[in-house]
Design a protein around this ligand. Structure first.
Ligand SMILES: C[S@@+](CC[C@H](N)C(=O)[O-])C[C@H]1O[C@@H](n2cnc3c(N)ncnc32)[C@H](O)[C@@H]1O
Length: 402
């Protein structure tokens, strides 16, 4: 990865001058000039090692912005340096440019994970609203919806500083769109910040969803201190269904260690409740561990990657093998990675072409850190576990992603 500060000329004209010290590393196997892509847009590197992409770069970042530049099979990807620092929020106004959507049909990977069901995985690059209102998607059994939270984070193709009104209208359209493509009795798990609980519940109800649970995900991280109120330590996940009855609800039993005031370990585990305090968020530093996707320098590739353990629980609770799982804002594709291992089919839509590449790689070679089978013991007291969790060791590879 190359990090550099953008000069006035670069911003005004729409290019990035690659520093001489980084040329060998970036262009070792290519001769210049070179036709390429930058964040999905057509770009060119000239013989002076200037990466030109007026369409994307011109006036995109303020002068003196520090940017990170990487090269992979999709071409070059540039992002402001803060985008890889998860604790910082970006309160600057952003101009968001929509990337060109893939011309081709969505990628369809066929695989037979368990031998029980033929499953497939569609990875679609583009705006989820466009696809939710098309023929590409239908008969979905479960949706996991984890949008950007309007927190001023530095997404490349989403304005996380937009007005409240615009943002919630966007959310409403997606929730309605998901409802329309969901089979009767199908489920949605909509994750958001606790302060937005009221809004999330209202939007779901107005779109026709039937409320089932307000799940508190206590993320095993330190609380965010606030002076005038109690400090915050959880996130909400609202579980709702289409129609009166869920078509599937598997009552999971877990096997947590006994609490200090319990006399004995529960011999047959305990039923899962609506408070989830046993799944750790992938936060900064060592807590994020191996599971967080990183580039060669160790920088996080996605600031909001969801833990596989969370998706495992959701998919096990509300689907059966062979069902279809949808993630309309798929990010790194955690929902698809778990669906694949559980022999469910999946559809992931993501607007950022860089993340699409990550999802493809993550699905093709399931990494050791993404392996869900290590959680099997924890759920061993669930009465129908073998039926809902076809156990087959995936072909695990601990691979670097970029
Ligand atoms: C909170 S992240 C999802 C993280 C994901 N759960 C994971 O495990 O990596 C939200 C994602 O929505 C994507 N996004 C924003 N606008 C979108 C749109 N209109 N259509 C599809 N994806 C979008 C962002 O690029 C971002 O990756």
């Amino acid at each position: 990865m190359v990090t550099k500060k953008l000069k006035k000329k670069e911003v005004e004209l729409g290019f990035i001058q690659i520093p001489s010290k980084d040329r060998q590393h970036l262009f070792a196997e290519s001769t210049l000039p070179l036709e390429t892509k930058l964040n999905g847009f057509p770009a060119k590197v000239d013989k002076h090692a200037r990466l030109w992409c007026r369409e994307y770069l011109k006036s995109k970042f303020p002068v003196n912005t520090e940017v990170n530049l990487i090269r992979n099979e999709a071409g070059f990807q540039v992002m402001p340096k803060t985008a890889t620092q998860e604790t910082e929020t970006n309160t600057n106004e952003q101009t968001i440019v929509t990337p060109p959507e893939s011309e081709s049909e969505p990628v369809l990977t066929s695989s037979d994970v368990s031998g029980l069901n033929e499953t497939w995985h569609k990875i679609i690059q583009g705006d989820c609203l466009r696809y939710l209102n098309s023929e590409a998607i239908g008969d979905v059994h479960l949706t996991f919806f984890d949008p950007p939270y309007l927190q001023g984070k530095a997404y490349r193709f989403f304005d996380d500083n937009q007005s409240d009104g615009k943002y919630w209208d966007w959310v409403k359209s997606i929730i309605k769109g998901v409802y329309n493509v969901t089979a009767d009795g199908g489920a949605i798990y909509f994750m958001h910040r606790e302060k937005n609980a009221e809004r999330v519940l209202r939007i779901l109800r107005k779109a026709g969803w039937n409320f089932q649970n307000l799940i508190i995900w206590r993320k095993m991280t330190s609380a965010v201190p606030i002076e005038t109120r109690f400090s915050k330590q959880y996130q909400i996940i609202v579980y709702a269904i289409k129609g009166e009855k869920p078509r599937v609800f598997n009552k999971l039993r877990i096997d947590p260690p006994p609490l200090p005031w319990h006399k004995w370990q529960h011999e047959e585990g305990v039923f899962l409740t609506d408070v989830w305090d046993d799944i750790r968020e992938l936060t900064s530093g060592y807590f994020a561990g191996e599971e967080a996707l990183r580039d060669k320098e160790g920088n996080r590739l996605h600031i909001q990657q969801t833990p596989v353990a969370l998706l495992l629980r959701i998919i096990l609770s509300s689907t059966l093998p062979g069902d279809v799982v949808l993630d309309p804002t798929a990010g790194t594709g955690t929902a698809l990675v778990v669906a694949k291992q559980l022999a469910r089919s999946s559809i992931g839509i993501e607007i950022d072409p860089l993340y699409i590449e990550l999802i493809k790689k993550r699905l093709t070679n399931i990494r050791v850190a993404d392996d869900v089978s290590r959680h099997f013991e924890y759920y061993k007291f669930t009465s129908n576990l073998k039926q809902i969790w076809p156990l087959e060791k995936p072909d695990l590879k601990q691979q670097k992603l970029l």
